[in-house]
Design a binder for this molecule. Structure first.
Ligand code: FES
Length: 132
């Protein structure tokens, strides 16, 4: 999937989110934190969520990983912000990759990190709020 415009195998959107990732950092006193790792490559991602009335009002991430992992984390945070926990839970790595105009097949596994990190952060939140 060679992209003639930016001279790489990545789409312009992937390159943009890799070069200017959105929502990078930590949330102090986050309501949920999830850390996941990719066994294949050893890359790690940490996701923080702030939840109000069942809605993800803020989300930040830190990724020690490849460009595709950074771009998908960035896009995933944009997609879950303002969504309900349920909607965020149902966001698939495929939907995130589609929102980035696709990823090369060999990099699809990288996008799983973002999906898993969101699940881990929501799980962490739900553990502390079993009533929701
Ligand atoms: Fe590790 Fe992409 S190579 S997440």
């Amino acid at each position: 999937m060679y992209d003639e415009k930016n001279g790489t195998m990545y789409s312009e959107k992937v390159m943009d989110h890799f070069a200017n990732p959105r929502n990078v950092g930590e949330i102090e006193n986050a309501d949920g934190v999830g850390t996941v790792g990719n066994a294949k490559c050893g890359d790690i991602m940490k996701m923080y969520i702030k939840v109000e009335n069942g809605i993800i009002v803020d989300v930040k991430f830190k990724t020690f990983g490849c460009g595709a992992a950074i771009a998908t984390s960035s896009m995933a945070t944009e997609l879950v912000k303002g969504k309900t926990l349920e909607e965020a839970w149902n966001l698939t790595n495929k939907a995130v990759a589609d929102a980035l105009d696709g990823l090369p097949p060999v990099k699809m596994h990288c996008s799983l990190l973002a999906e898993e990190a969101i699940h881990a952060a929501i799980d962490d939140y739900r553990k502390a709020h079993p009533e929701e």
